[in-house]
Design a protein around this ligand. Structure first.
Ligand SMILES: [Fe+2]
Length: 337
């Protein structure tokens, strides 16, 4: 996987280091937000309120936000804290999608350049992650996030999403094949066949016709809830991923997003994207396909490690087209036209 390193970055503009607290952890300021953790909890304060999250949940969430480069739309750490991606700028929010926080005057949003939030969050995650805790893997595969400050785990934090220029297996994208990187098959996928397809291209087309075993590729993924872009055709991105336990964030869509459950089973809790009001529970078994509307937020539960293909349209025009009503937020309306 590619590496992201704080040591190569310039000083973080916007992040203020308030020193170390009695638990050994750094205390940080970003704009008018303050971030502090103790032995069990992360606490975020802003001028009109504060919020507490279990330290392991906070680290799993902030790590996805960093690795996904703030993803599409909204990344809710929980029902209170999160970020909204404006693709070049990022809102850091507290209570923005909570009617109760809004009514109490406790909702707060500040906007920063993307690189400022990325560098700030990486610095916080680096400082708050103890040796032995890996926020990217399933709970059964990692040590504890809790206790006093105890070392660090930069190797775990600096994984990033793997992206192919065209398709895994195509010329130039070979290094992305996990087979070639020596990743072992995850124990949960020990029954997945590892044979690769045989490609017989006509002379002169060897670089144009490629194939790979997606199930074998995914069986070797060492992380959970961290999609790889395995093929890109203009704005159409195929982003499969392996899932186990709970999606560490509640993702708020800003476009329609398609899910194809490739193996096992996942349950998705669907809520209104703006208010968090419950909308639906979707149970997806292997082979099921769903289209998640643009105006929802959702969180997935995977009781056993499973494979999910997320199909994204990366067009930068979609959020405005949907927000303005030019395009519908629901794919069934679109298909009925
Ligand atoms: Fe989503």
């Amino acid at each position: 996987m590619t590496q992201l390193s704080t040591s190569d970055l310039p000083a973080v503009a916007g992040l203020v280091d308030h020193g170390t607290n009695d638990h050994g952890y750094g205390v940080f300021g970003l704009g008018s937000f303050t971030f502090e953790r103790d032995e069990y909890f992360a606490t975020v304060r802003w001028p009109s309120g504060h919020h507490r999250i279990s330290a392991d949940d906070f680290l799993r969430a902030i790590q996805r936000d960093i690795a996904w480069e703030f993803f599409y739309g909204t990344v809710n750490f929980d029902g209170v804290l999160g970020t909204v991606n404006h693709y070049g700028r990022v809102d850091v929010c507290a209570g923005r999608f909570s009617k109760e926080h809004q009514a109490a005057g406790m909702a707060h949003t500040e906007t920063f350049p993307t690189e400022v939030v990325a560098e700030a969050f990486l610095t916080i995650a680096d400082d708050w992650t103890n040796e032995g805790f890996d926020p990217f893997v399933a709970p059964r595969e990692t040590g504890s996030a809790f206790g006093r400050k105890n070392g660090s785990n930069p190797e775990a934090l600096r994984r990033r999403r793997v992206t192919a220029e065209r398709m895994v297996g195509a010329p130039g994208d070979e290094p992305l094949r996990t087979d070639d990187n020596g990743h072992p098959v995850n124990a949960a996928f020990s029954d997945v066949p590892q044979d690769e397809p045989v490609v017989r291209a006509e002379a002169g087309f060897a670089d144009e016709l490629v194939a790979f075993n997606l199930f074998a590729y995914l069986s070797r993924s060492p992380v959970t809830f961290n999609p790889s872009v395995v093929s890109a055709c203009r704005d159409s991105l195929a982003c499969p991923t392996t899932e186990e336990y709970i999606l560490p964030i509640i993702h708020g869509n800003d476009r329609v997003e398609w899910f194809i459950q490739l193996s096992d089973e996942m349950v998705w809790e669907i809520e209104d994207g703006a208010t968090g009001a419950k909308r639906a529970t979707v149970v997806m078994k292997a082979g099921d396909v769903s289209a998640m509307p643009a105006d929802i937020r959702h969180q997935g539960y995977s009781p056993k490690r499973s494979m999910l293909l997320v199909w994204e349209n990366a067009s930068t025009q979609l959020p405005d087209l949907i927000a303005s009503g030019t395009l519908p937020s629901h794919p069934d309306v679109w298909s009925a036209r």
